[in-house]
Ligand binder design. Structure first.
Ligand code: NAD
Length: 287
């Protein structure tokens, strides 16, 4: 059934603009954030006092939380909620396949359907409603939630029917995005050392085979501007790469590049706590 009332837990960089678009699309929304709901709640939404309250007031609860352990905590609260109304949980967070399977199992035991739908496109995409959403779960649940998901994601793709498959898709995407950014940073540092200029190198790359999401977007829009404002932290990217490498180990698939790229991001996170992930450029280049 299409949800009448939507719950939203985690109103951070991504959650807040997604919730804003859901309210603008006409859905009644009740939100909660552990760091303070009132200051993060979009206009027109109701605040809940706890995760349990959200679960007792909403038909479907969306999650946009930092990582798997936090999602599992919140899932536990939803499972324990007395007089629960929620029948579906859509997890938009990046948690890795193992956490998604655990969350789905926990909620299935109390009759709640968990589906994973991690997103890509950044804060800018969340504001514009142009996110890609990697859905894994029953087709009927997707059908019921199309209108809701379309409010913030213009590219909703069913990648599988089993919880965790959306997470797998998301991790492999972020591995490629992280690789592009760190490899571009290394390559441009090499060019600078030989007297080439950043704008000239980017111009050539964007008309050549080295073009990627860092040369097209991050460098021109977030790094050359000196703003470093993608809204995605180095800590979260380092987490995604740990999850990716961990998942590679479980799958026994090739991992040489994964380990090398993850190592650089773990070092960057340790060296620059609290940084935006575009600050990998000053970390790598030493500028
Ligand atoms: P964020 O840290 O800005 O937001 C997470 C929010 O969850 C915070 O406001 C925090 O207070 C809240 N929270 C933490 N524990 C909670 C709890 N127990 N109950 C309720 N609220 C709680 O992170 P973000 O950048 O918005 O990312 C959210 C998720 O989306 C992450 O899994 C991230 O990997 C993923 N993601 C982020 C981006 C991006 O560009 N920022 C893009 C795609 C995916």
């Amino acid at each position: 059934m299409t949800p009448r009332v939507v719950g939203f837990v985690g109103l951070g960089h991504m959650g807040r603009p997604m919730a804003e678009r859901i309210v603008a699309a006409g859905f009644p929304l009740v939100g909660f954030d552990a760091a303070g709901t009132a200051e993060r709640l979009p206009e027109g939404a109701d605040g809940g006092a706890s995760v349990e309250e959200v679960a007792t007031r909403a038909d479907t609860v969306l999650l946009s939380l930092p990582d798997g352990p936090v999602v599992l905590d919140v899932v536990e609260s939803i499972a324990a909620a007395k007089a629960r109304r929620a029948t579906t949980v859509v997890d938009l967070s990046t948690t890795g396949p193992a956490a998604a399977v655990e969350a789905a199992t926990r909620l299935a035991a109390v009759g709640v359907t968990y589906v994973d739908g991690p997103v890509s496109g950044g804060v800018a995409g969340a504001r514009r409603g142009t996110l890609a959403l990697m859905y894994a779960g029953p087709a009927g649940v997707l059908e019921d939630h199309r209108g809701l998901l379309d409010a913030f994601a213009s590219h909703v793709v069913a990648v599988g029917t089993v919880a965790g498959q959306g997470q797998t898709m998301k991790l492999l995407n972020n591995f490629l995005s992280a690789t592009a950014l760190v490899a571009t940073s290394e390559a441009l540092t090499f060019g600078l050392a030989h007297g080439l200029s950043l704008p000239v190198m980017l111009d050539v790359l964007n008309a050549s085979t080295g073009r990627n999401s860092a040369t097209v977007d991050k460098f021109p829009n977030r790094i050359l501007t000196g703003t470093y404002d993608a809204g995605f932290s180095t800590a979260l990217m380092a987490k995604d790469l740990r999850l990716y490498v961990d998942s590679l180990g479980r799958a026994s698939t090739p991992d040489a590049v994964g380990h090398a790229v993850s190592a650089v991001w773990q070092q960057a996170d340790a060296a620059r706590p609290g940084s935006d992930f575009t600050e990998i450029w000053p970390f790598v280049s030493g500028t």
